[in-house]
Design a protein around this ligand. Structure first.
Ligand code: GLU
Length: 553
C-alpha cells in the first residue's frame, strides 16, 4: 500500500529521505564498549535533584568507557519553556563536576557532528521520517477532536476496556488515501499517529540494564507521533534522536519504562537498532513512614538550588548520590578515603531496582565526612565562596580575620579522627560565631550556657579567681589542664570523680564545672572544641577581656 500522494500533500517541503540522515550521522568511531549517553532535559528552568542524579549516571558511564556524554534539549513543549534554562542546565551540571562532550553549549550554540541538539530545530528531520512512514502506510493523519477523544475514553472506561486509540477504536486508522486527502483539503485539524503493528496477545521482552529481564504485552496504541503544532511527541523524538545521534545507552527515569513497548516498536518499524536501556529508580522520600516521590512543591531538597543555598559542597552531594547509585560506594570510600570519586566505577547492575530513598540524615553524614577531610585552607575557600553570596556578615568577618578563621577551620583536623562539625556551610556561623567579638559582644546573660551543675553566680566566682591565676602560656594542653585543676582544687572543686562521689559534701563541685565556667566565659557555650585550642586562637588579650566582660554580664 502506498500513500505517496498523501505524504506529498502533508509534507510538500520535505525533499530528503531517511537514508540521507542515516548516512549523514554515521555510527561513531569509538573504542569497543564506549558508551554514548545523554542528558535530555526539557528547558523548564527548574532543576530537580533527580536530574542531577540521572545526568551523573549517564556522565559516569560515558566517561568510564571513554565514550560521549551529550546534552540534548527537549523543547517540543514550547509552552513550558523558560528563557535561560539551557545555560542554567549547563552551568549546574558543570558545578556538579559534569561537562558535556557534545551537544548544546548555550542558548544558541552547540558543538558536535550529530546536531542540531535542540528538538525544536530538528523539525525537518522528524518530518522526513514521518513522511516516509506515511508513504509506507505506517503512520496516518487522525482528525479526532479533543471532545471526540474524551468521549471515546469515557465509553471505554465505562465498558471496562483498555482506553485509548487502537484497533477498532482508532477510527481514522483505515481510511483510504482519498479519504485522508479529502479531509485534509477540507481544512480539518489533524495529528499524525503511528499505525501500531502490535498485538496485545504477544509479549515483548527486553533486558533493562538496571531492572533486569522484563516483558510487556506489545503496544497496540496508535500513539500520536506528530502533534497538531507540527512538533513530535517524546516517543517519536526519542526514537529519531537517539538513533541518529547514535546513543548506545538510554539511561532515564523509570517513569518511561511503561512506554518502552511503544519505543521498541518505533525503533523496529523505523529499521533502527534498539539502544540499551537503563531505567533509573525514582528518588523517593520517607514521609512519616510512607514512601513518596520527592516533590517540587513540598520538599525544598527536590530543587538543585537548595544544596547551593544551604551550602552543601558539590562533592558531598555527588558522593551522596553515588551512594544511592551503588551502595558499594560507601565501602569503596572507606577503603579509599582520599581518592577522587571519579575513580569509583559505577555499575548499573549493582543499582537498587526499586525506589532510591533520599535521606537528608545520610547526606549530612556523607557531607561531614567530606568536609572533615578537606584541608583548612580549602574549607576557608569554599566557605567564603558560599558566605559571599548567602551570609555577607560572616563573609566580612571571616575574610577580615583570615588567619584566625583558618585556625578555626583547622581545629582538630590534623589528627586521625578529624572533627566532623559541619555538614553544610550554613551551620558554620552557629558553631564559630563566638570567636568574633563583633558577634560575641552582642550576646547577653541569656545566651550563656552552663553545665547543669553550675550557677552563673558560681561561674563568675570561679572566673574571678581563675583570671588572675591562670597561665596563658601553659605550652601544652596537658599543662594547661594541670593548671586549671590546681586552681580548681584551691577553689574546692574535685578533680577525681570517685573521690567526689564518695564525699560530695566536701567539695563545691567537679573540675568539669571549672572548665565549664571558663568555656562559658569565653564562648557562652557548654559545648565547644578543646578549650586550650580556643584560647590559643583567641589570643591572650581577647581571653582576658572576655573574662572581665563575663564578670559583668
Ligand atoms: N525530556 C525527557 C525528560 O525530561 C528525557 C527523558 C530521557 O532521558 O529520554 O523526562
Amino acid at each position: 500500500m502506498s500513500f505517496e500522494k498523501l505524504a506529498e500533500l502533508i509534507f510538500p517541503e520535505i525533499d530528503k529521505t531517511p537514508e540521507y540522515y542515516i548516512e549523514k550521522y554515521p555510527k561513531r568511531n569509538l573504542k569497543e564498549g564506549a558508551v554514548v549517553s545523554r542528558y535530555a532535559p526539557s528547558p523548564t528552568g527548574f532543576q530537580h535533584i533527580g536530574g542531577v542524579f540521572a545526568a551523573l549516571i549517564n556522565e559516569r558511564l560515558a566517561s568510564q568507557t571513554e565514550g560521549i556524554f551529550f546534552l540534548r534539549i527537549e523543547d517540543t513543549d514550547q509552552k513550558r519553556e523558560v528563557k535561560g534554562a539551557i545555560e542554567d542546565t549547563i552551568q549546574t551540571m558543570h558545578n556538579f563536576g559534569m561537562d558535556f562532550n557534545e551537544g548544546m553549549t548555550g542558548e544558541d550554540s552547540s558543538k558536535g557532528e550529530y546536531g542540531p541538539y535542540r528538538q525544536s530545530e530538528r523539525a525537518e528531520i522528524y518530518k522526513t521520517f514521518v513522511k516516509d512512514l506515511i508513504k509506507k502506510g505506517l503512520a496516518y493523519p487522525a482528525f479526532d477532536t479533543p471532545e471526540e477523544l474524551a468521549e471515546l475514553r469515557e465509553r471505554q472506561t465505562e465498558a471496562k476496556i483498555t482506553p485509548g486509540y487502537y484497533g477498532e477504536y482508532a477510527k481514522d486508522r483505515n481510511l483510504t488515501e482519498e479519504e485522508y486527502i479529502e479531509r485534509i483539503n477540507s481544512g480539518k485539524d489533524y495529528v499524525i499517529r503511528f499505525k501500531s503493528p502490535g498485538n496485545s496477545e504477544t509479549r515483548v521482552e527486553f533486558s533493562d540494564l538496571i531492572k533486569g529481564d522484563i516483558s510487556f504485552p506489545e503496544n497496540v496504541q496508535d500513539v500520536v507521533i506528530i502533534k497538531g503544532d507540527g512538533l513530535p511527541t517524546y516517543h517519536f523524538a526519542h526514537a529519531i534522536d537517539d538513533a541518529l545521534m547514535r546513543t548506545t545507552h538510554v539511561i532515564r527515569g523509570e517513569e518511561w519504562l511503561s512506554s518502552l513497548p511503544i519505543h521498541v516498536q518505533l525503533f523496529d518499524t523505523l529499521g533502527f537498532e534498539r539502544p540499551n536501556y537503563a531505567h533509573i529508580p525514582t528518588i523517593m522520600k520517607n514521609d512519616n513512614g510512607s514512601k513518596r516521590k520527592l516533590s517540587k512543591r513540598k520538599d525544598a531538597e527536590a530543587a538543585v538550588s537548595y544544596y547551593k543555598e544551604v551550602g552543601y559542597p558539590v562533592q558531598s552531594v555527588i558522593e551522596y548520590l553515588l551512594n544511592i547509585v551503588n551502595s558499594t560506594f560507601e565501602e569503596w570510600r572507606a577503603e579509599n578515603p582520599t581518592v577522587d570519586y571519579h575513580d569509583f566505577e559505577v555499575a548499573l547492575d549493582k543499582m537498587s531496582k526499586s525506589g532510591a530513598l533520599f535521606d537528608i540524615v545520610k547526606l549530612n553524614d556523607v557531607s561531614k565526612e567530606v568536609i572533615c577531610k578537606l584541608k583548612a585552607d580549602k574549607v576557608y575557600d569554599l566557605y567564603t565562596e558560599w558566605a559571599k553570596e548567602y551570609d555577607k556578615e560572616m563573609y566580612d568577618l571571616v575574610t577580615s580575620n583570615e588567619a584566625m578563621s583558618k585556625e578555626i577551620f583547622n581545629i582538630d583536623k590534623e589528627g586521625p579522627k578529624p572533627r566532623k562539625d559541619f555538614a553544610k556551610w550554613d551551620e558554620v556561623r552557629g558553631k564559630v560565631d563566638y570567636f568574633f567579638d563583633e558577634l560575641f559582644n552582642k550576646e547577653t546573660a541569656e545566651n550563656v550556657e552552663l553545665p547543669k551543675t553550675l550557677s552563673l553566680e558560681n561561674a563568675k566566682e570561679i572566673i574571678k579567681v581563675y583570671k588572675d591565676k591562670f597561665n596563658f602560656n601553659a605550652g601544652s594542653q596537658e599543662n594547661w589542664f594541670e593548671d586549671l585543676k590546681a586552681i580548681g582544687a584551691e577553689l574546692g572543686y574535685c578533680a577525681n570523680r570517685k573521690e567526689y562521689k564518695a564525699n560530695p559534701d566536701a567539695f563545691k563541685g567537679m573540675i568539669s564545672d571549672v572548665a565549664g565556667a571558663v568555656r562559658a566565659a569565653l564562648s557562652h557555650r557548654s559545648n565547644t572544641p578543646d578549650l586550650y585550642t580556643i584560647m590559643q586562637i583567641l589570643g591572650e588579650d581577647k581571653v582576658r577581656a572576655r573574662f572581665e566582660a563575663f564578670l559583668n554580664i
